[in-house]
Design a binder for this molecule. Structure first.
Ligand code: BGC
Length: 363
């Protein structure tokens, strides 16, 4: 194993350095593994974007990342920028000061992400884009799912729920600052635009994936379409839930299929209740493991195994990537998510969902 030069300093600072940049979750010190076997592979910092654009970051990614780094015996520090790009920059600075040798970020926008990566690079810290590609950034690697395929699955899922009839579709896209949101929308359009029986009657991006704003935006699009909306391409479960709440207010929930993404508890419950037509499952365990593998390779000065490259559309550069396979989930295969450890039946089958779970064979 290769010893990382800054290691001594990193270890010395770990115990006291993280409090300042703690995001209020106060998890950095608790979650840092400082076993001696970790020492040989340096220290990995991960900055998650927020807690509200999707519950996935804290409920799925954080525990999966912790498990992957612990399993690998790597020293790590995971923090959350709470949807504040300045905060992400400060956390990155502190992590670099504390001697991380590899820094992975889920950027809040490409500009701030690229600046963080530039600074890290100037200090000899390698960076990885986790889940979201930083356009114009300098990450060594990109670890994610195939996000165009995510959009295609959403488009096909909506088409399967709508069938051959003529239908008016509204798109609720993700944040305009998230490259993934662009890819999701492109993927969905590539499927649905081919189908001449569908008409797009409204489409809008939801700033910062804000679920409350999504409800307001959807209400506006719904009103503008005179309520003649037959299907909703919502980019994730949170946005889907927002659309469903407005459809409920209009007596249309369950009649108008809505898509989603992340296989969240809420999304899966909505699928069981029949108000959401599908979601897309992206295993946090797989994504976290891929990140841990790449981070360890980088920390050891080795090359990581990749599945291909991703083109950064801002400058046509190619970023070595690991892109995993997403899976479409409907009522028929919710158990796949549970069997894979993506959610627990006990979390989904609460209250009124207990009977629906029994009907769907979920236990
Ligand atoms: C992720 C999605 C997530 C969304 C909002 C995207 O970049 O790929 O899984 O739902 O951000 O956090």
């Amino acid at each position: 194993m290769v010893l990382i030069p800054l290691l001594g300093a990193a270890m010395a600072l770990t115990a006291c350095g993280n409090d300042d940049s703690s995001s209020g979750n106060d998890t950095s010190d608790d979650s840092s593994s400082e076993s001696s076997s970790a020492a040989a592979t340096g220290k990995v910092g991960v900055i998650l974007p927020d807690t509200e654009s999707s519950v996935r970051w804290e409920s799925a990614d954080r525990p999966a990342l912790e498990a992957a780094f612990e399993e690998a015996g790597v020293d790590y520090d995971i923090q959350n920028a709470e949807n504040d790009a300045e905060r992400m920059t400060q956390i990155a600075d502190t992590m670099i000061g504390n001697g991380v040798t590899v820094l992975a970020i889920v950027n809040l926008d490409s500009e701030s992400g690229a600046a963080i990566q530039e600074k890290a690079k100037s200090q000899g810290v390698a960076t990885i884009d986790y889940d979201r590609l930083t356009l114009g950034g300098s990450a060594e690697y990109y670890v994610s799912f195939d996000n165009t395929v995510v959009g295609e699955l959403q488009g096909q899922g909506l088409a399967d729920c709508l069938g051959d009839k003529k239908a008016n579709i509204v798109y609720l896209n993700g944040s305009p600052t998230d490259n993934n949101a662009t890819l999701f929308a492109e993927g969905a359009h590539s499927v649905l635009d081919e189908m001449s029986n569908y008409t797009v009657v409204g489409e809008q991006a939801v700033p910062e994936w804000d679920n409350e704003e999504a409800a307001t935006i959807f209400q506006q699009l719904y009103t503008a379409a005179d309520g003649k909306v037959d299907g909703v391409l919502a980019a994730n479960d949170g946005l889907g839930g927002a659309a469903i709440s407005i459809l409920e207010g209009n007596g249309q929930a369950g009649k108008v299929p809505v898509t989603g993404q992340d296989a969240t508890v809420e999304g899966l419950q909505n699928i069981l209740a029949g108000t959401q037509c599908m979601t897309v499952y992206k295993s946090a365990t797989q994504e976290a493991q891929a990140l841990a593998d790449v981070a360890i390779a980088l920390a050891n000065g080795e090359e990581a195994d990749t599945t291909g490259t991703t083109v950064d559309s801002s400058d046509d550069s190619e970023v070595p990537s690991i892109l995993l396979d997403p899976q479409a989930i409907t009522k028929d295969n919710i158990t796949d998510v549970i069997d894979d450890g993506g959610q627990k039946a006990a979390d989904i089958c609460t209250g009124k969902f207990a009977d629906l779970c029994a009907e769907a064979g979920i236990s």
